[in-house]
Design a protein around this ligand. Structure first.
Ligand SMILES: Nc1ncnc2c1ncn2[C@@H]1O[C@H](COP(=O)(O)OP(=O)(O)OP(=O)(O)O)[C@@H](O)[C@H]1O
Ligand SMILES: [Mg+2]
Length: 269
């Protein structure tokens, strides 16, 4: 545990000191804004049967949106970043280190992932949230679990609820709290709100923006909703047929030039 002096003075949705310490370290140096910031994940010529040489820098402490037509390789790209699909050596670097040289479980703790449909384990919400730290021999206190719930915008009544009794939107927030319990530095989100109603979607979006601004998390989010990307992303990658054809700020999407990108944008708006 670290001294309380690292606690932000006005913190009201705080998390455990251990997690806070970790996240504050992540936040350092991410305050200047702009895409030229420190690169958290560097992707270079990432290639497989689907991907045709993806190269992009994911800036630290930003939300990067990935959009594009179905089957283009969005999920494949995301899965390469925490080795759910093993990328070729020399393709993906986390803080400058080739991820194929990192311990895979350690990598997945640092680079957490949420999917379209949350899958909770048996047991209570608290059991779910405690799962990751427990694997490493650390039992989160009740207080720490409550703080993680609050960080994922769930009130304390969820603590002892059974996972299987939750709505999809609630379960997605529990899955988020469970991922945050590992104190990740990067969150990978594969259409995390596409199964949710507009209110649950807004809740999750608010949480993501808060995680970025307050805790410096780097977020890569695949979404089919251009409006959602425009609401929360700092930068947008258009991925078409295994290639990133445009990288634009969200308010400049209409300036995309690639014909397939234009067609996609026209059909989705
Ligand atoms: N495990 C797999 N084995 C073989 N082919 C796969 C596998 N996973 C994905 N593919 C193929 O790779 C291509 C890209 O898939 P991917 O899931 O990355 O696309 P996507 O952009 O995420 O699409 P969507 O918007 O529909 O989710 C598709 O043609 C898909 O059929
Ligand atoms: Mg997909």
């Amino acid at each position: 545990m670290i001294p309380d002096t690292l606690t932000p003075a006005n913190d009201s949705d705080g998390i455990s000191d251990g997690l806070r310490e970790h996240l504050l370290v992540v936040n350092e140096g991410s305050e200047n804004g702009g895409v030229g910031d420190h690169v958290k994940i560097r992707i270079r010529n990432l290639t497989n049967q689907i991907l045709r040489g993806i190269s992009v820098d994911i800036p630290k402490g930003k939300i990067v949106g990935i959009i594009g037509p179905s089957g283009g390789g969005k999920s494949t790209t995301l899965r390469a970043l925490n080795r759910l699909w093993e990328p070729p050596a020399g393709s993906v670097f986390l803080d400058g280190q080739d991820i194929v040289n990192l311990d895979v479980l350690g990598l997945r703790r640092k680079v957490g992932m949420l999917f379209q449909i949350p899958v909770l384990f048996e047991g209570t919400v608290a059991d779910n949230i405690r799962y990751g730290p427990q694997l490493r021999g650390k039992k989160l206190s009740d207080d720490e679990v409550h703080k993680l719930l609050s960080l994922a915008d769930l009130d304390s009544s969820f603590f002892s609820k059974i996972g299987s009794e939750l709505s999809v939107g609630q379960a997605q927030r529990v899955a988020l709290a469970r991922t945050l319990a590992n104190a990740p530095e990067v969150l990978l989100l594969d259409e995390p709100t596409s199964a949710l109603d507009p209110i649950s979607t807004e809740n999750i979006e608010d949480v993501l923006v808060r995680l970025k601004t307050r805790w410096g998390l780097t977020i890569v989010m695949v979404s089919h909703s251009i409006k959602q990307i425009q609401r929360i992303a700092d930068i947008v990658c258009l991925l078409v047929n295994g290639e990133i054809v445009e990288i634009l700020p969200p308010n400049k999407l209409s300036e995309a030039k690639h014909p397939m990108a234009l067609k996609f944008l026209e059909l989705s708006s």
